[in-house]
Design a protein around this ligand. Sequence first.
Ligand code: AMP
Length: 436
Amino acid sequence: MSFDYLGLSDELLSAIKDAGYTEPTPIQKKAIPSVLQGRDILGIAQTGTGKTAGFTLPMIDILSQGRSRARMPRSLILEPTRELAAQVAESFDKYGKNSKLSCALLIGGTDFAGQVKKLDKGVDVLIATPGRLLDHMERGNVMLNGVEILVVDEADRMLDMGFIPDIEKICKMLTKKIQSLFFSATMPPEVKRLTDTFLKDPKEFEVSAPTATAVTIDQHLVKFRGSDKDKRHVLRHLIKTQDINNAIIFCNRKKEVKIVNKSLNAHKFNAAELHGDLHQSTRMEVLNDFKNGKIKILVASDVAARGLDIPDVGHVFNFDVPSNPEDYIHRIGRTGRAGKKGTSFTLSTQFNKKYLDGLLKFLDKDIPIYKLPDDVLGENSKPVDNKRKSKTTQNKTEGITQKETKDKAEQKKENKNKPREKVVGMGDHVPNFLMR
Ligand code: AMP
């Protein structure tokens, strides 16, 4: 089925053709006609399914009739993160290039005065993170009584980030007659309560089960025994031996993101880090450099995992098994998007047993094991069953060489430090000896 039968205008069809899309994705087939009919929508869909175009395309056609007024946007899109908001704005630029719609982005960390100026001129599409929007509303820079269409994207992510009360506050300020479109990858009770309250007879659809991973992703689990230092060694081995165009490496904590990135750079890999501690402009810059190929490896925290639209990411590495199993879906969902082929590797050592068990239970299936060649970590390259070894076998693998004894000592030291958020006395500085 082509886009021609969904009821979109010729201008949009031409922009879609220029974007290189030949066929609508399942969510687009379902969402576009319903949005054009003015229905409320509840879409259970993960990122990578084409959901952004699923709501932006029909919105562009609906909003092409009518005019904007100062400080009174005609539509409002709420996104949990600045990056996602910026991506949706890019989608409006791309698909709306043949229309005259004006668009404003209200996100933290960027020019506040510039945002006020745009609002003063009047905007058709307002894309915002909840906090920044409320900030502008409290100062009287924006009023919501002209909003005709509301989109709440990644509602479950909003919940994780504590934004549900803000969303409720914002929804209550809208008139009763608006059309509302809610998207969420999963439906926790808090999100269900929100949609039950604010959606009117919504058209509901689910494009894939919440635990489903894209079929186009080749998933691998790399199990071995070792320290974080060994993990970095295994990671480098995988990067070197796989045919990698670009890759995202996910770590559970910001501190690990920094260490892994520093280590990769020390080993001459073209890598950069992306996490919540960076200034917004730096985050945007890093993301752009990664998108245009200047940076090949992005080391990221989960802030970057959800929704980032980076086409053609070939590989995703989980340096850590994610503590929240759902994050696994979002992380590996950065690859294998819109039908493309992708590969993921999840590294797991004896210290990750709890999270790995939780993940496999959540997925309800095994992740195929990737066998490390023996020369990568010696005896420790073998997949661990995470069971305690007997004293005799332990002795066999311990202390064979001086290097291994040293690794063990280092491993113990790392373990001791593990539960702590900060290494006392080190602050954010990571000494070089930890990076090798
Ligand atoms: P999203 O789930 O909205 O983040 O979109 C995931 C990716 O799919 C983005 O890179 C889009 O540009 C791309 N995409 C969206 N719709 C289509 C389509 N109909 N055909 C091919 N790619 C698409």
